[in-house]
Design a protein around this ligand. Structure first.
Ligand SMILES: *[C@@H]1O[C@H](CO)[C@@H](O)[C@H](O)[C@H]1NC(C)=O
Ligand SMILES: *[C@@H]1O[C@H](CO)[C@@H](O)[C@H](O)[C@H]1NC(C)=O
Ligand SMILES: *[C@@H]1O[C@H](CO)[C@@H](O)[C@H](O)[C@H]1NC(C)=O
Ligand SMILES: *[C@@H]1O[C@H](CO)[C@@H](O)[C@H](O)[C@H]1NC(C)=O
Ligand SMILES: *[C@@H]1O[C@H](CO)[C@@H](O)[C@H](O)[C@H]1NC(C)=O
Ligand SMILES: *[C@@H]1O[C@H](CO)[C@@H](O)[C@H](O)[C@H]1NC(C)=O
Length: 498
């Protein structure tokens, strides 16, 4: 914790950032990663320093792939098909996403994923050893594969990339401008799940918000709140991070997502794997190795300045293969944490009950993952705000979207035949939970009637179900609350301990 509404160090000189990165790397890697990655960390520091240099030196030449308004727009035919590793992009909305002219906003909640990051430690080790294996056995690299000969894994693990930080600054800017009528006068109440990259994302978002505020000529006389950080350990109730439900975490429901992915892996990957093997003779790659090599495309790209330098890994695969990859990742999230997992939506219930409390300004009623101590205290759970911002992860956001019923009525994803996001009611991992994903829940008053609620997922208005939504996708507050019966009754929380 600490006052965080001080000016961000976006334009800080290199040495300061370098030092921050040193500490970050050290603390991030100490706990979980083995010697291999520690060696890698040294390289990472160089890469980070180089990226900063590159950002400074190359700034004029690099395309601005990532704007606050539209998100990531470089190499769209593939970069919008990287599943949860796609950088946020504004998703097309069938319903006009603008706030209707005759309406006045009265409330906004944003639920955001952290920005682009390095791979998780487990995946990082796997990538590093796969590259080693290729180096050890392959002598004859096929055309287009030569770069692999000198490629070393140097991305480190877990941390936001510079581009990931900038995504969050951009998100804060965009939020301010979109919700200026409220943001000019109301400080958002901000919470973050405890992992470092999430906290940092919350801080970067706040910098963007505050920069926009200052540029707008506003300065508040009252001090702004501190960021409320909720730890991610397994015995802490945290609505921004799952972990309390044993049947979901390690019981029979813990492998539903990976099982679904295995089915589709066997459908889409074999021809890709044999092509890779014929270009990397001796490597004897498996279908899972193919996915790992595909992962290295988004991860290396988001590690480049502005994400503007497309990794050579990306060119090893066709746009149609990227769309299969997107579907493979979509299956993992849908069946792992979303509507396709019998206990997925239940993991999002605690957050939805908090949202209902905020929307109706009444105390939280929940017996799942909320912390009654935190939520019963107006300093840690105020009810009189108009803006709320929460920072979390893709998996948790999937469960919240499912608990909100955003994909109600969408048929369970086919495990063996690919469908487009459009065919899946607007669901794809890349449309729902990309890096720096954001869900907005808006409440507005239009004319004299009752307040209306609507939900936007990465700028796409979702037509709410089960509450008689109007043609703009909105329901009255009362009907919306009624329609959240699943969350209000605790979902299937009791099955967690069955
Ligand atoms: C993001 O936040 C971290 C921690 O507060 C800070 O060190 C970093 O400079 C910020 N990045 C940007 C782009 O503002
Ligand atoms: C990759 O790592 C190997 C072994 O550590 C080293 O010999 C080689 O120089 C590295 N290559 C590059 C391009 O950094
Ligand atoms: C609830 O929050 C309080 C205040 O932060 C904390 O001391 C306590 O450990 C939390 N309890 C659980 C079960 O998360
Ligand atoms: C290739 O890998 C498979 C299993 O992954 C193994 O059965 C086979 O023996 C391997 N072939 C070679 C030539 O190493
Ligand atoms: C934490 O959650 C459990 C349900 O999983 C609940 O029994 C307990 O009372 C909660 N603790 C607090 C402090 O709210
Ligand atoms: C909310 O209530 C608290 C405590 O009653 C008060 O200090 C604060 O000014 C109120 N905030 C707003 C935005 O009304």
């Amino acid at each position: 914790m600490g006052p965080f509404f001080s000016r961000g160090s976006r334009y800080a000189p290199l040495p300061a950032d370098d030092n921050a990165h040193t500490q970050r790397q050290a603390s991030g890697l100490r706990r979980r990663v083995t010697t291999t990655l520690k060696l890698v960390a040294v390289a990472v520091l160089h890469i980070v320093a180089l990226s900063y240099l590159a950002i400074t030196i190359l700034r004029p030449e690099l395309p601005h792939c990532d704007t606050p308004e539209r998100g990531f727009q470089c190499s769209v035919p593939i970069s919008h098909f990287w599943g949860q590793y796609s950088p946020y992009f504004s998703v097309q909305s069938k319903i006009n996403a603008a706030v209707p002219a005759d309406c006045e906003l009265t409330f906004v909640q944003i639920l955001s994923r952290h920005g682009a990051r390095a791979p998780t430690p487990g995946r990082a080790l796997l990538y590093a050893s796969l590259i080693d294996r290729i180096h050890n056995v392959v002598t004859d690299y096929g055309p287009g594969y030569g770069f692999l000969k000198t490629y070393n894994y140097t991305l480190g693990a877990d941390d936001l990339t510079p581009m990931g930080e900038q995504q969050m600054v951009n998100s804060g800017l965009k939020f301010y401008h979109r919700y200026r009528s409220l943001a000019r006068t109301s400080a958002p109440f901000i919470r973050s799940s405890g992992q470092e990259r999430v906290v940092r994302s919350a801080q970067n978002w706040t910098t963007g918000f505050q920069d926009a505020l200052l540029k707008d000529g506003i300065s508040w006389d009252s001090p702004l709140d501190e960021l409320l950080i909720i730890p991610e350990d397994t015995d802490t109730n945290n609505t921004l991070h799952h972990g309390l439900c044993p049947a979901f975490e390690k019981g029979i429901y813990s492998s539903v997502g990976t099982d679904a992915q295995s089915v589709f892996l066997a459908v889409f990957a074999p021809p890709v794997t044999s092509r890779l093997n014929s270009n990397l003779p001796g490597a004897n790659l498996t279908d899972s190795d193919t996915v790992a090599l595909m992962d290295l495309c988004p991860f290396n790209t988001v590690a480049s300045p502005f994400g503007a330098i497309l990794s050579p890994f990306c060119d090893l695969f066709t746009p149609s293969e990227w769309s299969s990859y997107d579907y493979y990742q979509s299956l993992g999230k849908w069946y792992g944490f979303g509507p396709g997992n019998p206990l997925g939506p239940t993991q999002g219930v605690g957050f939805v009950n908090e949202l209902l409390a905020r929307l109706t300004r009444t105390p939280v009623r929940d017996a799942t993952s909320t912390n009654a101590t935190l939520d019963g205290d107006e300093r840690t759970f105020p009810l009189n705000r108009t803006l709320y911002a929460d920072f979390s992860h893709d998996n948790d956001m999937m469960s919240v979207l499912a608990a909100l019923g955003v994909y109600e009525g969408v048929k369970n994803l086919d495990k063996s035949a690919q469908r487009t996001a459009k065919e899946s009611g607007g669901y794809a991992a890349s449309w729902a939970v990309p890096f720096a994903a954001r869900v907005y829940v808006e409440k507005m008053r239009c004319g004299g009637g009752e307040e209306l609620v609507r939900v936007l997922v990465n700028d796409r208005v979702i037509k709410l179900r089960g509450c008689q939504a109007d043609e703009l996708g909105r329901c009255t507050l009362e009907r919306f609350v009624d329609s959240m019966a699943f969350a209000r009754s605790g979902g299937h929380w009791s099955s967690c301990f069955a």
